[in-house]
Design a protein. Structure first.
Length: 159
């Protein structure tokens, strides 16, 4: 993990905003959507947070058997319209190629496209919210019988 993340602040000169920027860069890199040198501004952090929250609210609604709020659907649809990345096959692996101009917004658009595809399509499972009171994470339950109760990052008991 890079030195300047929220979990590992490297120096007192690192501001909270720069730690969050480093965290977003790290998350994007770990998901094949950028690198350690990807520029992240305060405005991009706000956009990423807004998108993350809309995805979570929409996913929570779907998990409860409801329809996402129209405001969240509109935000997701605006982000999917910005999609400029290309999925390419390199050395037998699918990888995202982001445009050189505005790569972070392009990466966030990929996240929105994936969220819409997961929330609005038959994904071979059921979208659920982890039943552990301290978690609240969303996951796609693809278990036989659909009885999984916990998100993969925080396993809960299954019956």
């Amino acid at each position: 993990m890079p030195a300047a993340t929220a979990a590992h602040p490297a120096a007192s000169a690192v501001t909270p905003t720069s730690r969050r920027a480093a965290g977003l860069r790290t998350w994007l890199a770990l998901n094949g959507l950028g690198g350690a040198d990807t520029p992240v501004s305060a405005a991009l952090l706000r956009d990423a947070r807004e998108l993350r929250e809309a995805i979570h609210r929409a996913g929570t609604a779907v998990a409860a058997g409801d329809v996402p709020d129209a405001v969240d659907e509109e935000l997701l649809n605006r982000w999917t319209a910005r999609h400029q990345a290309r999925l390419v096959l390199t050395d037998g692996r699918a990888q995202w190629r982001l445009p050189e101009t505005d790569p972070v917004r392009a990466a966030l658009a990929v996240v929105a496209v994936d969220a819409v595809a997961t929330l609005g399509a038959d994904v071979g499972g059921v979208i659920k919210r982890c039943e552990q009171p301290t978690c609240g994470g969303l996951f796609v339950d693809t278990s036989r019988g659909g009885r999984r109760r916990g998100a993969p990052c925080r396993p809960a008991e299954t019956r």
